[in-house]
Design a protein around this ligand. Structure first.
Ligand code: FAD
Length: 159
């Protein structure tokens, strides 16, 4: 099995898109991520997976906190900015939730404190203890097979 076959297989899992954000000394750093999962209800825990080459890795270790921002369908450009798919620098305004930087307009802003970290292969898994949540209505941005998609509601035909 080669790397591209593995990537292709993992890309068959349709996901939402998040931007993980943290700040060190008041400077906010964001990164697009879809390796995000709910872990536990009591206590409320989530997990994110950050590649060893990502600059945000050291920043989360320093701040010991992060936010997960679940993007709305109209926020594709933000995903591209924080994935480095748009190269030129864009100013992005952040709000605060429980002191963590969060993206306005995200469907869910989830503020977390790092409760554990595990290095697994070339990624680090951060377990986040959820300290606050803010929700908005709207449709999600979807990522599938390496492309951004929109959610289409299945129409049930009654005869
Ligand atoms: P950098 O290269 O440092 O930053 C990424 C971009 O964000 C840069 O262009 C930077 O200018 C911009 N940026 C950062 N902070 C700000 C700010 N405050 N204001 C304005 N711009 C800013 N990688 C993973 O490790 N885990 C994942 O789960 C994951 N999922 C992904 C899902 C999708 C759909 C995509 C497209 C990519 C995913 N990636 C994931 C890859 C990851 O987003 C990129 O490799 C990213 O560029 C690496 O992050 P970095 O911290 O090194 O970012």
């Amino acid at each position: 099995m080669d790397d591209s076959q593995f990537r292709t297989a993992m890309g068959k899992f349709a996901t939402g898109v998040t931007v993980i954000a943290t700040d060190v000394d008041g400077e906010v750093h964001g990164m697009t991520a879809n390796a995000f999962m709910s872990v536990s209800l009591s206590p409320k825990l989530v997990v994110i997976s950050i590649g060893e080459k990502a600059r945000i890795l050291e920043k989360i270790k320093q701040s010991n906190s992060f936010s997960v921002n679940i993007l709305a369908a109209h926020q594709k450009e933000l995903s591209m900015i924080f994935a480095g798919q748009i190269k030129e620098h864009r100013e992005v305004a952040f709000e605060r939730l429980d002191g963590k930087p969060v993206l306005p307009g995200a469907l869910a802003q989830i503020a977390c404190e790092v409760s554990a970290e595990y290095i697994e292969g070339d990624h680090t898994l951060f377990i986040g203890r959820v300290t606050d949540i803010h929700l908005e209505d709207g449709d999600p941005l979807i990522f599938y097979s390496g492309r951004y998609r929109k959610l289409v509601e299945e129409q049930t035909v009654t005869v």
